[in-house]
Design a protein around this ligand. Sequence first.
Ligand SMILES: [Cu+2]
Length: 156
Amino acid sequence: MMTKRTKLLGAVAAPVIVLAAVVISLKLFTGGDDVVQARHNAIVADAQQLTVTVGDSLTFDRPTIIVEAGRPVVVTVRNLSATDHDFVIPSIPAQDVVVRFEGGHSHGDGTAIVGRPKKKGEVTVQFTPIEPGTYEFYCSITGHKEAGMTGTVTVL
Ligand SMILES: [Cu+2]
């Protein structure tokens, strides 16, 4: 079945499809990981990858993020402090969203991106922005946004 997601992938990343097919074939052949993992790996291979780090000050090391529409984005959220922090883009048009929360993950509805590492840990969130514009991100821990933990994601 041709899904909307499949069409997007085909339009922007034909090489990824080929890679995914190869990976899936290998996985099936070896009876290893499932197709979802293979697809995740294929997306990461073509991703715009960046890291957002939070230390002991209430700021993100990178208040401005610039990415291209239509290409997967992989953000590693790294918390170096012993205080909880997270990385939230409350609303951004996106597909192929993988939201991670303390090591677990779920597939989001395409409106919010949330990455909350453990203290002194890191998690990776993944999404494909589909609409150019500038979108806010912040830390949703009480008081942190007000203290300055904010930034913007610009999609070109
Ligand atoms: Cu915070």
